[in-house]
Design a protein around this ligand. Structure first.
Ligand code: TPP
Ligand code: MG
Length: 445
C-alpha cells in the first residue's frame, strides 16, 4: 500500500563510488522516430516529446526520416566548428587554472547542441544563449580573440569588465547578451519573436537554457506567451542531467520528459539526441521552418551530458561517480560525427590530425594577440571610471560625485607612483658605478 503521507524525493541514480546508472534515460533506435509535417497538430507531438529523435547509429550511419541532406563540406564544417569549440574550451579551462582568467564554464560534451543548431538557423535569426553555448558564437563567426578578451576582462573586452567571463554578446552577429540570472533569455526571446512577427519580418528567435533552469518562473511565462501568440521561436532545453550538483530528477525530469512540457501548454515538443549532430540539425531546421511558416513555437529537449564540472568553481567528484561520462549511452558528439564522415569515405585520421594542429595553432596565436590587450595581472588595464558610463544618459548627482572622487583618488595614486619612481631612479643613479666617460680616479677621487 502506498503511504500518502510520504514525501517523494527523486533518487539520484549513482553517487561517488557507485556504478553509473543511466537506465532512466529513455532511448529510441536511430531512424525509428517519425518526422511529421510542419503543420502537425500540437497534440500529436506528445509521442515525439517522449521518444528520442536519433539519426546516427553506433556505426556512424545516418538513418531514417530525420536524416538531413548535408554535403560532405558542410559536415566537415560541423566537425571543424565543434572541434574549435572543444579546443578553445580546453585551453580556457587551463588558462583559468593558471590564474590568467578568473572563471570559466565549459561546454565539453555539449558541442553539437550549439554548433548544429546555429548551422541550421539563418544568420539573421536572433540567438538568446545560456552560458554553456560557446558553439553558437563560434559558428556565427565571433573572433576567438574577442571571446578571449571578454574572458580576460581586458581593454578589448566587449563588456568593459562588467560581466563574468563567458557572458559574451554581439549585436552585429545577433547574439543577445548572456545573463547570469537563469532563464531571463526565455521571455526575452519570445518577446523578440513576437516583435518580429508584428513587423512582418522573417527572422525568428531561438533560446537555450538548462533543464535545471526550467524551474524558473520565466520559463513558464515564456511558454505561455509563445503559445498564445504563436511566437516564431525555437525554445531549447539542454538536459545535460545536472544543474551544478542537482540531478535532473529534481528539476522535474522523472516520469515525463522536459519536451513534454511543450504540448502540455500547447507548443509542439521534440526530444532529441543532443550528442547527434545530424539529429540536432534536423530538429532545429524543422522547428525553425515551422516557426517561419506561422505554425508557432517548438520546445526541443536536447538529451546530453555535462562531461565537465559545472564551472571552474565546482568539483563534481563530490556528488557523482568519476567515470559517469564513460557510461553515458549517447556517446561523444565529436566522435560520432567524425565516425560518420569516415564511414562516408570523406575523412581519415591524417586529415583529423592536421585539422587539430591547425585549430591549436590558431588558438595559440589568438591567445597571444588577446594578451596584448591586457591580462588579470599584467598589461594595459581598463579605466575604472568606465563603470560610470553607458547606464544613465545624464549621470545622477550622487554618481557624478563618486566619479569625481574616483578621479581624484586615481590622480593621487598616479602622483604617488610617479614620485616613488623618481625617488628610486635618483637612488639608483647615486649608487651607480661611474660611467666609462668618467673612470675611477680621473676626476681626482
Ligand atoms: C535565478 C538564478 N538562480 C540560481 C542561480 C545559480 N545557478 C547558476 S547555474 C545554476 C544551475 C543551472 O543548471 P541548468 O539550468 O541545468 O544549466 P547547466 O549549468 O547544466 O547548463 C544555478 C542554480 C542563478 N545564476 N540564477
Ligand atoms: Mg543542466
Amino acid at each position: 500500500m502506498t503511504d500518502v503521507s510520504r514525501l517523494h524525493v527523486p533518487a539520484v541514480p549513482a553517487r561517488p563510488g557507485e556504478r553509473p546508472d543511466f537506465s532512466y534515460v529513455g532511448l529510441s533506435p536511430a531512424g525509428a522516430v517519425d518526422r511529421p509535417p510542419l503543420d502537425v497538430p500540437v497534440a500529436q507531438t506528445v509521442a515525439l516529446a517522449e521518444s528520442l529523435v536519433r539519426v546516427l547509429d553506433d556505426d556512424g550511419r545516418a538513418l531514417g526520416p530525420w536524416a538531413p541532406q548535408l554535403s560532405a563540406d558542410r559536415l566537415r564544417d560541423g566537425l571543424r566548428l565543434m572541434l574549435t569549440t572543444r579546443l578553445l574550451d580546453e585551453r580556457m579551462q587551463r588558462m583559468q587554472r593558471q590564474g590568467r582568467i578568473s572563471f570559466y564554464v565549459r561546454s565539453f560534451g555539449e558541442e553539437a547542441v550549439s554548433v548544429a543548431a546555429a548551422m541550421a538557423l539563418d544568420p539573421q535569426d536572433m540567438l538568446f544563449p545560456s552560458y554553456r553555448n560557446q558553439g553558437l558564437h563560434v559558428v556565427r563567426g565571433m573572433p576567438l580573440v574577442d571571446m578571449m578578451c571578454q574572458m580576460l576582462s581586458n581593454t578589448r573586452d566587449m563588456c568593459r569588465g562588467r560581466q563574468l567571463p563567458v557572458l559574451y554578446h554581439s549585436a552585429r552577429l545577433r547574439l543577445f547578451s548572456i545573463s547570469g540570472n537563469l532563464a531571463t533569455q526565455y521571455p526575452q526571446a519570445v518577446g523578440w519573436a513576437m516583435a518580429s512577427a508584428i513587423r512582418g519580418e522573417s527572422p525568428i528567435a531561438a533560446a537555450w537554457l538548462g533543464e535545471g533552469s526550467t524551474a524558473e518562473a520565466d520559463f513558464h511565462h515564456a511558454l505561455l506567451f509563445a503559445k498564445v501568440y504563436r511566437a516564431p521561436v525555437v525554445l531549447n532545453v539542454v538536459n545535460n542531467q545536472w544543474a551544478i550538483s542537482t540531478f535532473q530528477g529534481f528539476a522535474g525530469g522523472e516520469q515525463r520528459s522536459f519536451a513534454a512540457r511543450g504540448p502540455a501548454v500547447g507548443i509542439a515538443g521534440l526530444r532529441v539526441d543532443g550528442n547527434d549532430f545530424l539529429a540536432v540539425y534536423a530538429a532545429t531546421a524543422w522547428a525553425a521552418e515551422r516557426a517561419r511558416c506561422g505554425f508557432g513555437a517548438t520546445l526541443i529537449e536536447h538529451v546530453t551530458y555535462r562531461a565537465g564540472a559545472h564551472s571552474t568553481s565546482d568539483d563534481p567528484s563530490r556528488y557523482r561517480p568519476r567515470d559517469e561520462y564513460e557510461h553515458w549511452p549517447l556517446g561523444d558528439p565529436v566522435d560520432r560525427l567524425q565516425r560518420h564522415l569516415v564511414a562516408l569515405g570523406e575523412w581519415d585520421e591524417a586529415r583529423h590530425a592536421t585539422l587539430l594542429q591547425q585549430i591549436e595553432a590558431k588558438i595559440t596565436a589568438d591567445w597571444k594577440e588577446a594578451l596584448r590587450h591586457g591580462a588579470l595581472s599584467e598589461g594595459p588595464k581598463l579605466d575604472p571610471a568606465l563603470m560610470f558610463d553607458d547606464v544613465f544618459e545624464t549621470l545622477p548627482e550622487h554618481l557624478r560625485q563618486q566619479r569625481d572622487e574616483l578621479a581624484a583618488e586615481l590622480a593621487t595614486r598616479r602622483d604617488e607612483r610617479a614620485a616613488a619612481a623618481a625617488a628610486s631612479d635618483a637612488a639608483a643613479a647615486a649608487a651607480a658605478p661611474p660611467t666609462a666617460a668618467a673612470p675611477v680616479g680621473q676626476d681626482g677621487s
